[in-house]
Design a binder for this molecule. Sequence first.
Ligand code: THU
Length: 131
Amino acid sequence: MDDLLHLARRMMLHAHAPYSKFHVGAALRGEDGSIHGGCNVENSAYPQGLCAEAGAIAALVAAGHKRVLECLVIGPGPEVITPCGGCRQKLREFASDDLPIHLCGPDGLHRTVTLGQLLPMSFGPHHLAKP
Ligand code: THU
């Protein structure tokens, strides 16, 4: 987990969050052990902003991967940060219910939950699988 935390911390430093001032970093582990990071990228047209998890997913897919085995998110405050609803669904595309998601703050790991806990009874790729 240390490699994910290190990368997510670095990503967080790159966040473009001039509006919320809420800097977030995310890191994912692919099925081959490779790690991929992202930060939130806000936009003056507010709805066009991107979450850190979305950036990390894009980096993982652009590197040629399709499975996420581990996820870590780091936020700036003492409050435990969790991926937003949209990011939970985005993660679901590339991970199963047992995906560990490490929720971190500046002081390190706060707690680890699974994607299934954050997104129960999720809609996923298997729903669209042709019989
Ligand atoms: N944000 C993330 O990047 N990931 C999350 O899981 C929650 C929220 C960002 C979006 C926005 O730039 C800022 O945090 C405040 O909502």
